[in-house]
Design a protein around this ligand. Structure first.
Ligand code: ADP
Ligand code: MG
Length: 245
């Protein structure tokens, strides 16, 4: 039985000047090694959960608890890749290390071995605008994990990619998260993406994020269309559709 790495307890958050909360008494447990997806419509509050987990916002109520009260390092890949166009790919990747006080030369040495695994060999001295969309996302992913995180937060990482690139990136991402032994939380409004990647999916029908339906998947990777996935999809659509009526 894997340990609970992170627990959200009774979390409530309302943005200033808003009457209705975006998150209301949310409870959620994240286990070590989980690949978890939060599936909800646009504007429901998915990115807000990440803003709370990364302490960019403070909840009015409730708690976020970490295993044994340890300081667990979190990697965050925001919705837009936010690569710095004036820095080379290598210097974008080493940025979190430099911010932690690692010397530039050492940071470059630490980052270099990852480039081939990430399909980025030869791009070190390029600038972000010379890369394809899929490559930019891989750079962004590498930058998110380079500091050595246990939990990775991915905010709709592939929404800007074309459909075929997206499928390749999903398979690649799943493999990397497993290899790096990351506990991953993905937020998405893409049902197929959640079905392809997740061990568990939390389906939220609407805002505020409060109650959800939990779906557990055990199909092996890489996942392709299957009867089981189609059945899950049906159930998810029902959950989302019931609320819309
Ligand atoms: P999602 O990621 O699910 O699309 P968000 O978490 O970005 O949704 O936003 C949820 C709701 O909160 C939206 O209605 C959005 O307009 C609002 N919101 C987001 N950021 C802010 C902010 N800084 N101030 C006020 N309202 C915000
Ligand atoms: Mg969002």
């Amino acid at each position: 039985m894997s340990v609970n790495l992170l627990e959200i307890r009774d979390l409530t958050f309302t943005y200033p000047k808003k009457e209705i909360p975006t998150i209301q008494r949310l409870n959620m447990v994240v286990r070590e090694g989980d690949f978890l997806s939060i599936l909800a419509p646009s504007g429901a509050g998915k990115s807000t959960i990440f803003r709370l987990l990364t302490e960019l916002e403070r909840p009015q109520q409730g708690q976020i608890l970490y295993e044994l009260n340890q300081d667990i390092q979190i990697g965050y890949m925001p919705q837009r890749d936010l690569l710095l166009e004036w820095r080379t790919v290598l210097d974008n990747v080493t940025l979190p290390l430099e911010l932690k006080g690692v010397q530039k030369k050492k940071a470059r040495g630490l980052a270099a071995p990852y480039f081939s695994d990430f399909g980025l060999e030869g791009t070190q001295e390029h600038y972000p605008n010379e890369l394809s969309g899929g490559m930019r996302q891989r750079v962004s992913f590498l930058r998110a994990i380079i500091g050595g995180c246990r939990v990775l937060l991915l905010d709709e990482p592939f929404s800007a990619l074309d459909a075929i690139t997206r499928l390749h990136m999903q398979d690649w991402l799943q493999e990397m998260c497993q290899k790096l032994e990351l506990t991953t939380i993905l937020v998405t409004h893409d049902i197929d993406e959640a079905l392809r990647l997740s061990d568990r999916i939390f389906v939220f029908p609407s805002t505020p994020l409060a109650e959800y339906e939990e779906i557990t998947l055990a199909e092996p990777h890489p996942r392709r269309e299957s009867k089981v996935l189609v059945d899950h999809k049906q159930r998810i659509l029902q959950t989302l559709f019931m609320e819309a009526r």
